[in-house]
Design a protein around this ligand. Sequence first.
Ligand code: ZN
Length: 48
Amino acid sequence: MTDGRCMKCRETRTMKDEKEVIMKNGMKAMSGLCTKCGTKMFKIIGKA
Ligand SMILES: [Zn+2]
């Protein structure tokens, strides 16, 4: 499980359906959905 900040809830939430993604700028991030409202969330992990 990964925690991230939900922009909609404006709180830290646990993500569901997490997957690792590489962002355009080459940063590695986790993408998932807020368990509370279903909004897409990102958490930056670091450089790929
Ligand atoms: Zn949320």
